[in-house]
Design a protein around this ligand. Structure first.
Ligand code: HSE
Length: 438
């Protein structure tokens, strides 16, 4: 049986998972592939730590460049992460004509266009299934399974850490800090967890998916991003009282001549299937014009789920190598010369329903001032509740609006924030309710 040699760069959490799968499932994969995947070299800055891997002597090295230069290495797997050395090594491997597998969403979202161009020019393959959604085969779905569809929209929970935090606060009454510390201990969170909680990791992922869905270059700069760090347990409870759950959603829609691409805490109806997705799990609904809604659900973070996706890319590339094909699929789903910029709809033009919580002095006339300002901006209130007074401090006035323009809502909130009866900037949460009335 033929052997395909793998060079692994980076043996942290996911890298160790990849090594473990390649070793433990060697025979199973060989049965399916018709060739043996041999983990020939593993590079990491720390080669003394015991990772519980049975690696032959000489496999571990601190010299990642020597792995790329090794003529026996057929496929390079980059599991270092970040945008510094990982970028250099990926481009080095491509220049050496070696196919690359990576899970590096942060790098792809920022430099993916240049990396794909380099891979196109060299005619080598680049697998990045593990960059979005952990084990969920969402890249394969967009590039292959739904190739005959125009993608109308994608709505997803793409960050396990945020979903874990929201679940822990909502269901178990944990504090934000406790829930984040647990996510870090479980190995879901990024090395810099602000990437998770401020929504940037989710933005990286929807940037990649939007490129694949709409045949556009990766365009992170135009994706609107807002994280979960300002949400309070009170907002999470209020949402449930109105029949909604708050999720950090990535939303990308075909809006005719433009696309919507945004990441923010979103209230979705309790009956929406995404609202029941709890813990470090990811889920995404992709709507195609032929297929309708297609739902993916699975572990979006962690060692083995992410390793599962990496190994699927390795096997795909190995199949091409065995067939003598450089690669079978265009990297961004459509032919490189047909990838063209599509404008991202400015956030100001969004038209949706809103949840607004305003901490206001509990005095006669305050509510009418607030509703007056909203009215001036053509924002129609659907319902309003004011929680009882426990002390002399400000009380939460919570409103749901009918559909309104984001620009108008933001303007109104700026005016409301400036009132001397308002204690803090209002909380604004967008509602995504396809069946909601106007
Ligand atoms: N930090 C990411 C998450 C890891 O929590 O989903 C997977 O990309």
């Amino acid at each position: 049986m033929k052997t395909i040699h793998i060079g692994l760069l980076g043996c942290g959490t996911v890298g160790t998972g990849v090594a473990r799968l390649l070793i433990d499932q060697r025979d199973l994969i060989a049965e399916r592939l018709g060739a043996v995947l041999e983990l020939k070299r593993v590079a990491d800055i720390d080669i003394t730590r015991d990772r519980g891997l049975a690696l032959a002597p000489g496999v571990l090295t601190t010299d990642a460049r020597s792995v790329i230069a090794d003529p026996q290495i057929d496929i390079v797997v980059e599991m270092i992460g970040g945008q510094g050395v990982a970028r250099e090594l990926i481009l080095g491997a491509i220049a050496a004509g070696k196919p690359v597998v990576t899970a590096n969403k942060a790098l792809l979202a920022v430099d993916g266009n240049a990396i794909c161009r380099a891979a196109d020019e060299r005619g080598v393959d680049l697998g990045f299934e593990a960059s979005v959604g952990g084990c969920m085969p969402i890249i394969k779905t967009l590039r292959e399974s739904m190739v005959g569809n125009r993608i109308r929209r994608m709505t997803g929970i793409l960050n396990g850490t945020c979903n874990y935090i929201l679940t822990k606060i909502g269901e178990q009454g944990a504090t934000f800090a406790e829930a984040l510390a647990e996510a870090q201990a479980e190995g879901f969170a990024e090395a810099d967890p602000t990437l998770d909680v401020e929504g940037h990791d989710t933005a990286h992922k929807i940037t990649i998916l939007s490129a694949l869905a709409y045949g556009m270059p990766m365009n992170l700069a135009d994706v609107y991003v807002e994280g979960i760090s300002r949400l309070t347990p009170q907002d999470i409870r209020n949402a449930e009282e109105f029949g909604y759950r708050i999720k950090l959603l990535a939303i990308s829609k075909d809006a005719g001549d433009a696309v919507e691409a945004r990441v923010h805490p979103t209230m979705i109806p309790l009956e929406n299937i995404l609202s029941s997705v709890s813990g470090p799990v990811n889920a995404i609904t992709v709507t195609g014009d032929a297929a309708g809604d297609v739902l993916h659900f699975g572990r979006g973070a962690g060692m083995m789920p992410t390793a599962s996706a990496v190994v699927s890319d390795i096997v795909d590339i190995a199949r091409n190598l065995l067939a003598g094909i450089g690669r079978r699929l265009p990297l961004l789903g459509c032919q490189p010369e047909r990838v063209r910029p599509v404008p991202v709809l400015p956030m100001d033009e969004l038209n949706t329903h809103y949840y607004i919580r305003i901490m206001a002095a509990d005095r006669p006339g305050v509510l009418s001032i607030i509703s007056g300002i909203l009215g001036e901006h053509e924002i129609s209130i659907k319902s309003v509740t004011q929680k009882g007074r426990k002390n002399t401090g400000p009380v939460p006035v919570v409103m749901l609006t009918h559909r309104a323009r984001e620009a108008a809502v933001q303007q109104a909130l700026r005016q409301i924030t400036a009132l001397d009866v308002i204690a803090e900037p209002p909380m604004l949460i967008r509602i995504e309710d396809e069946n909601g009335s106007d």
